[in-house]
Design a protein around this ligand. Structure first.
Ligand code: OAD
Length: 259
């Protein structure tokens, strides 16, 4: 009897030793964290990316930028991992003999809070501000927790660094900045070595993160794309699951746990 395409996909994942999950904003959408480019709800549909996500934007108006990221940081702190994050963490736990990598463009910590211990963050962490001048991590005592920030945040002056008196900036990668070198190197190697590369909830338009899909494809990985909408990343996919992360991942990955 011929196996169904879905069974074939499950068997492929079961047989693989090296699996990469590559996630974008859509991974956390069902946790209530907005994506960047979804029509109407995406952050870059509603807010000015140049003003809010570039070193020149920060220099021009640090209070606007700091306040906006504080709003986003509070949203992340109040969010909980969704069923998709949990399904990936369960998959890692239930397949201890496989070499599984989680590479994310997300600046939240929801993979970690779902139970994944090794997560490579390509775009930094919104929870780890650092000094704009001396780059030292912010002293946590200087960073407030402010519940009930208004939508879009409000002007808030960034606290001063206790080392050099510079001002703090969010710990995320901005447009025009390089990705953290060690993380990108690690992610590129994982993409090259992957047998299965599962892309979840990313439009695939931001470089160099998006290049990981091409690196994996070129090196011979089988690419699975999970996204409710068509994406650039999908151009390289061998299989497409047209659904959301919190719906598709529990269904798909539960069937991929070795008996
Ligand atoms: P985008 O907003 O560009 O893409 C989000 C993707 O998630 C789209 O393909 C959506 O169709 C999909 N999506 C929406 N809801 C979903 C759901 N519930 N489940 C699964 N997928 C869903 O976000 P990214 O590709 O992550 O950079 O954006 C890349 C980078 O651009 C971000 O890391 C950020 C931004 O500027 C930095 O912060 C440095």
């Amino acid at each position: 009897m011929n196996e169904s395409p879905v069974t074939a996909l499950h068997n492929r994942v079961l047989a693989a030793d090296r699996i990469v999950f590559f996630t974008g904003a859509g991974m956390s959408a069902e946790s209530g964290i907005p994506t960047f480019r979804d029509a109407l709800t995406g952050l870059w549909e509603r807010f000015d990316a140049t003003a809010l996500a570039s070193p020149q934007g920060y220099r021009a108006d640090p209070a606007l930028v700091w306040g906006w990221y504080e709003w986003r940081r509070m949203k992340v702190m109040q969010a909980a991992p969704n069923a998709g994050h949990v399904a990936i963490a369960d998959f890692v736990r239930n397949n201890p003999t496989k070499f599984v990598e989680i590479i994310t463009q997300n600046v939240d910590d929801l993979h970690e809070r779902a139970g994944c211990t090794h997560v490579t963050h390509l775009h930094g962490s919104i929870l780890a501000p650092r000094c704009f001048a001396c780059e030292r991590p912010a002293n946590a005592a200087l960073i407030e927790t402010i519940p009930n920030e208004p939508e879009g945040g409000r002007r808030l002056f960034p606290p001063h660094c206790d080392h050099c008196n510079g001002t703090f900036r969010p710990g995320v990668v901005w447009f025009g900045e390089s990705l953290p070198q060690a993380e990108f190197k690690h992610a590129s190697a994982a993409a090259r070595e992957a047998e299965i590369f599962i892309v979840i909830g990313t439009s695939g338009v931001v470089e160099p993160a998006a290049s990981l899909v091409r690196i994996a494809k070129k090196a011979g990985a089988f690419i699975i794309s999970i996204d409710p909408n068509e994406t650039m990343a999908e151009l390289y996919a061998d299989a497409v699951v047209r659904d959301t992360a919190a719906v598709a991942l529990p269904t798909f990955l539960t069937a991929c746990i070795a008996p």
